[in-house]
Design a protein around this ligand. Structure first.
Ligand SMILES: C[S@@+](CC[C@H](N)C(=O)[O-])C[C@H]1O[C@@H](n2cnc3c(N)ncnc32)[C@H](O)[C@@H]1O
Length: 195
């Protein structure tokens, strides 16, 4: 007996309607495609998609100690959660996100549309972002990517720009503040740097 027949029996619907079955199959195929494309993309990128827990996003924003009218970037912005949260807290911020994985970019686009916030949302390599006007940059990346970004920060960031890194430090620079955050059973750090 097929899934649609079992469903029809359970719900008392007529067996001749296979609509539910095809919707379920299409959904499963979409999820498999999404996972496959994301996995293939991330074999080329140096950093996988692991979203920052919302509790940590909130702590990172408070560590940034913004006035509310600054320009904020998230490099490798994932599903745009940091930017959406920041913009909701401070509507006058200018915020930009760079996310190269197309599937993750779509997740971010959906979050931005649902939030109705105005956010510059780029499907572009973060290394090609121009950071000259940044007041605050948020990153949650692996050490190899952070080390490459350090060169870029040194060339492009204006004096006083804040950089907040979650979980991994910039080994070439001393943090002005570190903040320990708890996620489930593990403890991690937020690092605040000033250029
Ligand atoms: C660990 S996740 C962090 C996501 C988000 N910033 C957050 O905190 O929730 C890193 C993200 O960086 C993206 N990424 C990796 N390399 C990238 C690159 N060169 N340009 C843009 N995005 C990149 C990945 O696709 C992934 O979504």
């Amino acid at each position: 007996m097929g899934i649609s027949a079992i469903f029809c029996r359970a719900t008392g619907q007529r067996y001749s309607t296979p609509m539910f079955f095809w919707i379920a199959v299409s959904f499963v195929i979409l999820v498999i495609l999404f996972v496959l494309i994301t996995a293939i993309t991330h074999t080329f990128l140096r950093v996988p998609y692991i979203p920052t827990p919302m509790s940590v996003v909130k702590e990172a924003l408070s560590l940034a100690n913004l006035r509310g009218n600054e320009r904020v970037y998230d490099l490798g912005a994932g599903d745009a959660r940091f930017l959406v949260y920041a913009k909701k807290q401070f509507p006058n911020l200018s915020v930009s996100g760079y996310e190269l994985a197309s599937t993750i970019w779509i997740l971010g686009k959906m979050r931005i549309l649902l939030s109705r916030q105005s956010i510059e949302w780029h499907m572009e390599n973060m290394f090609s972002a121009s950071l000259a006007d940044a007041d605050c940059v948020f990153v949650y990346l692996l050490p190899s990517a952070i080390e490459t970004l350090y060169e870029k920060f040194t060339k492009e960031l204006k004096p006083g720009t804040k950089v907040i890194s979650y979980a991994f430090s910039l080994p070439q620079k001393t943090a002005v503040e570190t903040h320990e955050v708890q996620w489930l059973t593990s403890k991690r750090k937020l690092y605040l740097y000033e250029w």
